[in-house]
Write a protein that binds this ligand. Structure first.
Ligand code: ATP
Ligand code: MG
Length: 422
């Protein structure tokens, strides 16, 4: 049996992380059998080399290896592509045609993006996997084939099963053995190694000296999130290799090539469609900033009132809605409160809030707040406008949904739409 190192060399796989080695080891072990394998991992982690290893190390290596990108074939033709069709099966089917399962008899089929297969095709695939039988489109003659299936996906198959987009029985049949490839951010020790390899490849390709990173640049490279994994790292190595005159790349130059959202923040993991759909961490930060700034302005207004009038009861009475807004977490409550002021219960200001009692602290706070206001008002307003626009766009102008996403009441959103003349 070939060693993991030898396989890496043969298939051009760079890296030494134990999880990567384990994945390759699994591929080597499972190759001589006919077991179905499901390769999982984020986009760009290198899933495509696993089915090649499996095919090349199997007794099928002298027969066909066909890679099919299930996501790229239109739904209307995929059955015919995979299983073939009879002459006259549909308009334009002027000849009988063999499908991949017939052509690859004795070999291996790699079903990439298998999660994209239509449900009707999934039924056909299940049948082939269970007993090697299939029917050409438009034919009732059962045919036999002997094909080994390796599939790959970068989507969460359990979610797809839950949403009834993928058959559970097929999932278990495909994933007799699951080979998972780790995301690049979980392989920090491989990141610079991969960059050096790509930099040297591109230097050869473009006949230029190899680019090198300074130590601080290496640190930035390692800390980056690499949401696009090795594919993204490779692209960035190529851009730098082609564009940079100075072949020593420092941290600032490197930063210019890295998308801002992918650095130090934790990943925003979308668990369900109903959750906020902010596309970048920056947007979330801006939203937090707006909320803080709006709270701060309200507090400033209230403090001014207190300083002017001194009488807490009067201030309470005259600023009911403001107090309600500041001390309530629920925007909807503010709406109800504002709409039926007569029935509203007054919320008291806590008697001893240190910020209000202590002039020094209070002054310091506002001094700080003023500084922020002077420097940030413009860009924060711009960003707020941008956020609202995006959210409205995302929800096709439906204010209720946009307000829910932005975490504000519909009334506040309406006010802002007027304010920004949207
Ligand atoms: N360990 C590695 N060493 C060198 N190059 C690699 C490695 N892993 C991946 N690559 C390169 O990264 C690119 C992306 O890999 P690949 O196409 O296999 O990703 P993938 O996991 O199939 O992604 P997707 O789910 O988007 O299809 C390819 O150019 C591949 O050659
Ligand atoms: Mg792929």
């Amino acid at each position: 049996m070939e060693s993991v190192q030898a396989i890496k060399q043969r298939f051009g796989i760079i890296g030494n992380t134990p999880t990567l080695n384990r994945a390759i080891e699994k591929a080597i072990q499972v190759a001589p059998t006919d077991i179905s394998v499901l390769v999982t991992g984020e986009s760009g982690v290198g899933k495509e080399s696993i089915p090649k290893i499996i095919h090349q190390l199997s007794h099928r290596k002298h027969n066909k290896y066909i890679a099919v990108n299930c996501g790229a074939i239109p739904e209307g033709t995929i059955d015919s592509e995979l299983f073939g069709h009879e002459k006259g099966a549909f308009t334009g089917a002027s000849q009988t045609r063999e499908g991949y399962f017939e052509v690859a008899d004795g070999g291996t089929i790699f079903l990439d993006e298998v999660g994209e297969l239509p449900l009707t095709t999934q039924v056909r695939l299940l049948r082939v996997l269970e007993n090697g039988e299939f029917l050409k489109v438009g034919s009732s003659k059962v045919q036999k084939t002997n094909v080994r299936i390796v599939a790959a996906t970068n989507v969460n198959m359990f979610e797809a099963i839950e949403k009834e987009k993928f058959r559970e029985d097929l999932y278990y049949r495909l994933s007799t053995v699951d080979i998972n490839l780790p995301p690049l951010r979980e392989r920090p020790e491989d990141i610079h190694l991969l960059f050096r390899k790509f930099a040297s490849d591109f230097a050869l390709k473009y006949k230029m000296p190899t680019v090198k990173l300074t130590d601080p640049a290496v640190q930035i490279l390692i800390k980056h999130r690499w949401n696009g994994n090795i594919r993204q790292l490779r692209n960035i190595a190529e851009q730098i290799s082609v564009l940079e005159q100075n072949r020593t790349i420092n941290a600032d130059t490197l930063k210019g090539y890295l998308p801002a959202s992918g650095t130090n923040f934790p990943a925003v993991i979308k668990t369900s469609k109903s959750e906020s759909d902010f596309s970048s961490e920056r947007e979330i930060l801006y939203k937090v900033l707006f909320d803080m700034k709006s709270d701060l302005n309200d507090l400033k207004k209230l403090t001014m009132e207190l300083m002017k009038h001194g009488n807490t009861k009067d201030v309470e009475k005259n600023n009911e809605s403001l107090i309600q807004k500041i001390y309530s977490n629920d925007d909807e409550e503010v709406l109800d409160f504002e709409e039926s002021v007569t029935n509203a219960e007054l919320i008291s200001i806590p008697e001893h809030t240190s910020n209000l009692d202590d002039p020094v602290t209070s002054q310091d706070k506002y001094h700080f707040a003023e500084e922020i206001e002077e420097e940030e008002t413009l860009s924060i307003h711009d960003k707020e406008l941008e956020l609202i626009k995006k959210s409205l766009e995302r929800h096709s102008g439906k204010r209720k949904l946009a307000a829910a996403e932005l975490g504000i009441s519909e009334r506040t959103l309406y006010r802002k739409i007027k304010q920004y003349d949207l």
